[in-house]
Design a protein around this ligand. Structure first.
Ligand SMILES: [Zn+2]
Length: 99
């Protein structure tokens, strides 16, 4: 799962930056073999589920380990925002290129 996508025709590996740029396009042309392929975004749903699950787990853990009502909405919001940002950084690792 944790690897960058490759060209489905010639198996050229795309760099993190290239994948981010390719995300804007629907049809991508391989710079190596010049053949076209599509962006497979189905892995992003899986990534979103993982990020939501991890963020929820951290929040539940914090709520359970704090005896007083010290935990407020602010740290929970901060954790959720950090989780979303990390998730966005991981998007290129969950993209798969399809013919
Ligand atoms: Zn190619």
């Amino acid at each position: 799962m944790f690897r960058l996508p490759v060209c489905p025709h010639c198996k050229t590996v795309y760099s993190y930056k290239e994948v981010k740029e390719n995300n804007k396009k629907k049809v991508i042309k391989c710079y190596h073999c010049k053949k076209e392929f599509r962006n497979g975004r189905s892995g992003i749903i899986l990534l979103a589920v993982i990020v939501c699950f991890v963020a929820a787990m951290i929040n539940v853990f914090l709520l359970n380990t704090t005896s007083d009502n010290f935990i407020s909405i602010i740290p929970i919001s901060v954790i959720s925002i950090i989780a979303v940002l990390i998730g966005m950084l991981l998007i290129p690792f969950f993209i798969r290129y399809k013919k």
